[in-house]
Design a protein around this ligand. Structure first.
Ligand code: 2AM
Length: 178
């Protein structure tokens, strides 16, 4: 199975993000609002035995709950091309702390360490050659976006399946924060 660890977002916040992208532009594959999430750790394909080890390891995490505030928008680029549009996260040491605990837990379960630095975000769209003017407008218009803080009381191990051309995510296990 293909796994990742993420924060699920409450319905009001997903609705807020849906409204943020009400004016869509071409050259973007928009993530359906039910799929919005904040990835803590992408794991990838593992067999069932490894998945059980990851679950056991994540169950051992003890960390505090916290408030999460989504703010700002941006685009990731690779080789000079924007490839993802996202909403960012206000600086949050508790989130970083949880991310570090999740990272050690999955490495203890036998996964390779993540080499890339953590850039917390919620992906709104995958970009494929969008009109740079439209993208620039979107980024300027929503640069000061800030959602109301939401309490984070758990994190989730998700599996991902590709159904037609959209990913379908299933919550395999939830882990409570203190
Ligand atoms: P993204 O949305 O920022 O692209 C489930 O697929 C989650 O894992 C997505 O949120 C995605 O992040 C992330 N993800 C998918 N493939 C990945 C990869 N190869 N490396 C790192 N993260 C990945």
């Amino acid at each position: 199975m293909r796994l990742f660890v993420a924060l699920a977002l409450p319905a009001e916040l997903r609705e807020r993000l849906r409204l943020l992208v009400a004016h869509r532009f071409a050259g973007a594959k928009w993530v359906p609002p039910e799929n919005y999430h904040l990835t803590l750790r992408f794991i990838g394909e593992v067999d069932n035995g490894r998945a059980d080890d990851i679950d056991a390891s994540l169950s051992g995490i003890s960390a505090r709950g916290f408030d999460l505030t989504l703010a700002g928008v941006g685009a990731f680029e690779a080789r000079g091309r924007a490839n993802a549009l996202w909403v960012g996260v206000e600086k949050n040491p508790a989130l970083e702390h949880l991310r570090a605990k999740v990272e050690s837990a999955v490495v203890r379960a036998g996964c390779e360490p993540e080499r890339r630095r953590f850039t917390p975000h919620v992906t709104l769209a995958r970009l494929d050659n969008p009109d740079p003017v439209k993208l620039g407008e979107f980024l300027r218009t929503h640069g000061l976006f800030r959602a109301a803080p939401v309490p984070v009381e758990r994190f989730t191990l998700f599996s991902s399946h590709l159904a037609r051309d959209q990913a379908h995510y299933t919550a395999e296990a939830d882990y409570a924060l203190a």
